[in-house]
Design a protein around this ligand. Structure first.
Ligand SMILES: Nc1ncnc2c1ncn2[C@@H]1O[C@H](COP(=O)(O)OP(=O)(O)O)[C@@H](O)[C@H]1O
Ligand SMILES: [Mg+2]
Length: 508
């Protein structure tokens, strides 16, 4: 006897249809799974066998062959358990032959026949709808996630037995309705720029960064408020729109970090990995590839505190995503791509001891130590940090002042207005000045005669690289957008150049 059941495998961000074909023939009892399964699928044999027995169903004592097709898709993880079990039951005549045709089935089985949640269900549900399925049968913890896909029924199931009874037509299962709310898995507590005293020029730089999606490096002694300032940037970013929310939720689902029964991710991420993080943890990858921190920061902020402490490998993998907005992971037989369009915020001390230029304490580092420390970042990455800003220690009178600072809500209004101007102008993958292509740059950052002269002098004086020059133009475009100006003015260029303090210092 034969049976075919539809399931799905997540490859990168997308899900591909997988057919689970079972053939039961006479012969000595055997249970074979073919179709390039990895060890996880061999383990799934044991779970399927035990799960069927625990559900008061018969595990056939014949020669069972299960084929997962197509064979050339690398399958991983336990998400095929449910489809394999249903396929075996259908092939052994315990279910009507076409009962499962309308559905895509995914879920891990426990030895007692319960269903456990799996990763990537939102992507699987989107693929099921594209394949014309009526619905998807998933472990109940995954149902809320699948329900976000319109025109597709998301059927929650707790046990294998429930799915069998449903397919036999003896147990109705109601589709789950989408719920609207859900928070980012790594939630930042409510923070506001109003808490930060002084540091006007740093706040201004962060406002420009938020408005144009520019990357920032903050340099200052310990305790000067770098971490505090970085954490507040998410509070001035505009709301996620629905497409961005769905894309982020897919990433979190594929990464396996979405909470059970969670709704869509609604808040812009703020990810702050420690400098000991591995390259795969940061960029994504591993033996069962998953998105890394840079993809979890998609549409939000990636904060790298103590930047020079990150390994050289980790800093190098940042370069491609900073240009392309995505990361490519190469494997022997496939190449995966994860989205990774984030705003990079980085912080560092000015020197190893942290007190170079500090009004409160003298620096104890040698010139060679300072150079070696800064060189750890490397020119190519430094070029991509559009805004470099010094964060000095607060003077006593500022620290003790009781004057209140501007709240984040007011800054966010200005950021949103500037973003609207950019959206109307730029269409495509990135609607921020920070992500302009060179053609867009050419078109939208044309300078007048006087401005061109000014920039020529600046390039000569500062020795700006071609990439740094482009970045200055993009930042000045954002500064003009914040002011509501169509043309880039001299003052916009001057402010943008002033944000390259490391370039300036390396000169002296
Ligand atoms: N501008 C500021 N306004 C108010 N508090 C500040 C300011 N700068 C620093 N602080 C206080 O100092 C603490 C340490 O700041 P932090 O951001 O950790 O410094 P850094 O990251 O530069 O070492 C903060 O938690 C905050 O309480
Ligand atoms: Mg800090």
């Amino acid at each position: 006897m034969q049976a075919i059941v539809h399931s799905s495998a997540v490859v990168g961000m997308d899900a591909l249809g997988v057919l689970v074909e079972t053939n039961i023939a006479l012969g000595l009892p055997a249970f074979i799974i073919v179709g390039l399964p990895d060890t996880a699928i061999q383990e799934s044999r044991e779970r399927v066998r035990a799960g069927i027995a625990a559900s008061r169903l018969d595990f056939p004592l014949n020669r069972i062959t299960v084929n997962l097709a197509p064979a050339d898709v690398r399958k991983e993880g336990p998400c095929f358990d449910l489809a394999i079990a249903i396929s075996v039951l259908a092939a052994s005549g315990q279910l009507p032959p076409e009962a499962a045709d309308k559905w895509t089935l995914v879920g891990e089985l426990s030895l007692t026949g319960e269903l456990r949640p799996v990763r990537g269900v939102l992507s699987i549900a989107l693929a099921a709808r594209a394949a014309g399925k009526e619905g998807i049968v998933v472990p109940s913890e995954n149902a809320a996630e699948a329900a976000h896909v319109d025109n597709l029924k998301a059927l929650p199931a707790r046990r294998l037995r429930d799915v069998v009874d449903f397919l036999r037509g003896t147990l109705p299962i109601d589709p789950v309705e989408p719920n609207g709310t859900g928070a980012a898995p790594q939630d930042t507590p409510d923070v506001d720029f109003a808490d930060v005293k002084g540091q006007q020029h740093v706040k201004r730089a962060l406002e420009v960064a938020a408005a144009g999606g520019h990357n920032v490096l903050m340099i200052g002694p310990p305790g000067s408020g770098k971490t505090m300032l970085a954490r507040r940037v998410s509070s001035v970013l505009p709301q996620l729109d629905i497409d961005e929310s769905i894309e982020l939720t897919r990433i979190y689902s594929v990464a396996g970090v979405l909470a059970p029964n969670a709704g869509l991710v609604r808040k812009r991420p703020f990810r702050a990995p420690h400098h000991t993080i591995s390259q795969a943890g940061l960029a994504g990858g591993g033996s069962h590839p998953r998105p890394g921190e840079i993809s979890l920061a998609h549409h939000g902020v990636l904060f790298l505190d103590e930047l020079p402490e990150f390994g050289p490998g980790a800093l190098q993998v940042l370069r491609q995503p900073l240009e392309d907005g995505s990361v490519t992971i190469s494997r022997a037989r496939m190449t995966l791509r994860y989205p990774a369009r984030f705003t990079l915020l980085a912080a560092m001390n000015p020197c190893p001891c942290g007190h170079l230029g500090d009004s409160a304490r003298p620096c104890s580092c040698s010139q060679a130590q300072i150079c070696a420390y800064r060189q750890r970042i490397g020119g190519p990455l430094l070029d991509r940090l559009d805004i470099q800003v010094e964060v000095p220690r607060l003077a006593a009178e500022e620290l003790t002042s009781t004057r209140s600072s501007e709240p984040s809500a007011r800054i966010r209004d200005r950021v949103e207005r500037a973003r609207r101007r950019q959206r109307n102008r730029l269409r495509g993958a990135s609607s921020c000045n920070g992500g302009m292509t060179s053609r867009q740059l050419h078109r939208w950052c044309a300078l007048g005669a006087e401005e061109t002269r000014f920039m020529r002098a600046a390039v000569d004086r500062l020795g700006l690289s071609a990439r740094a020059y482009d970045r200055v133009l993009k930042v000045s475009r954002t500064i003009a957008d914040l002011a509501g100006r169509d043309e880039i003015a001299l003052s916009d260029l001057a402010e943008a150049i002033q944000y390259r303090c490391l370039d300036r210092e390396q000169l002296s």
